[in-house]
Design a protein around this ligand. Structure first.
Ligand code: ZN
Length: 343
């Protein structure tokens, strides 16, 4: 497939830095695409309140429409490099293509992705913004991906076969839809809209996803997943395929922990490979990954076991905690015997 796409013309190729060990040949180039499955699986609406001095309103990040309560369409952007060479950018220091992000506390490549919500007439209905990225090896993506990570925020790039991942929970990883009427739209993500990165194919840099802003699926994580690719769905950020295990009562303001992990301190038990998510039962905006009360790595796997726990969650004012569970891999059998403990 990529060989056919490479027919876009050698005359468009301009000299690039010396190839490193991973480069297959002198004509080798990276090829970046947006994973549509990951964007679809992680799509959620969330209400978030911004202070006037929030980094999201600052000049560098500038991704929210204003201070106060905003309705955000959150999604993950997973961009695999499906080409035959690494995308190698190097150190962002003293490089004018990068800017420091106050929201993310690292350097971003300017102009990497553009987010837009458009209507049936292709008119932009939500102020799209250019999202800058730290590009790094997030997850191995293709079957022949190298085993070890090569690029990070301090020496940026994406190894061939690996994907960079900007998870839906991250600052600015959204389109602000506060002023958009409910209805059907298209979420469009365009990579490298200005054509500054050399790739095998520049025609596959646009991802479009239909979005119904009135759909209850955007505020509940319990609908069936429309995509099944494990690279898109086997993540705690998944906004589909969860089930409400129980609504627990707790003393408002006290710290609690929740889990089905028999390891470490021992709280509950599990079989298979479940994940867990805890939210404020009274939260009208639902229980997206970004809205859950606390986020810890061991909401998925705790202490070297596949059983998850959520540590030190503050019991919400209403005194009710919704606990959702799901298999990490869609369709896999699991049990997650949840227990809750006030600290
Ligand atoms: Zn960042």
């Amino acid at each position: 497939m990529l060989l056919a796409l490479a027919a876009c013309g050698d005359d468009e190729l301009i000299p690039r830095p010396p190839p490193d060990a991973a480069v297959a040949g002198s004509d080798a180039l990276p090829d970046l695409v947006v994973d549509p499955g990951r964007a679809a699986a992680d799509l959620a609406l969330q209400v978030e309140t911004f202070a006037v001095d929030a980094c999201e309103l600052g000049v560098d990040d500038d991704c929210a429409g204003g201070p106060g309560a905003r309705t955000l369409l959150r999604f993950s952007v997973q961009t695999p490099n499906l080409g035959d060479a690494d995308l190698q950018l190097g150190s962002p220091l003293d490089n004018e293509d990068f800017v420091y992000s106050a929201c993310h506390s690292h350097y971003h490549l300017l102009g990497y992705a553009r987010y837009e919500l458009v209507d049936a007439f292709d008119a932009t209905v939500a102020a799209g913004h250019k999202q800058a990225f730290c590009l790094e090896d997030g997850v191995p993506y293709t079957d022949d991906a190298a085993a070890t990570r090569r690029y990070s925020c301090s020496f940026q790039g994406i190894q061939r076969g690996w994907a960079d991942v900007y998870e839906s929970r991250l600052p600015c990883q959204f389109v602000d839809v506060t002023d958009v009427a409910p209805g059907a739209y298209t979420l469009r993500v365009t990579l490298d809209a200005d054509g500054r990165l050399e790739e095998l194919d520049d025609t596959n840099n646009v991802m479009e996803l239909p979005v119904d802003l009135a759909s209850a699926d955007l505020t509940t994580p319990t609908e069936a997943c429309a995509v099944t690719d494990p690279r898109a769905t086997s993540n705690p950020t998944r906004e589909c395929g969860w089930e409400l295990d129980a609504t627990w009562t707790c003393t408002p303001g006290t710290h609690v922990r929740v889990g089905c992990a028999e390891t470490c301190d021992g709280l509950g038990a599990c079989t298979g490979d479940p994940m867990i998510r805890a939210c404020d039962h009274a939260e009208p905006a639902g229980c997206s990954n970004a809205a859950q009360l606390e986020r810890f790595p061991d909401q998925d796997d705790a202490c070297g076991s596949p059983c998850p726990r959520v540590r030190d969650v503050v019991c919400p004012p209403g005194g009710e905690l919704d606990v959702f569970v799901a298999p990490e891999v869609l369709g896999e059998p699991f049990t997650c015997t949840v227990e809750l403990e006030e600290l």
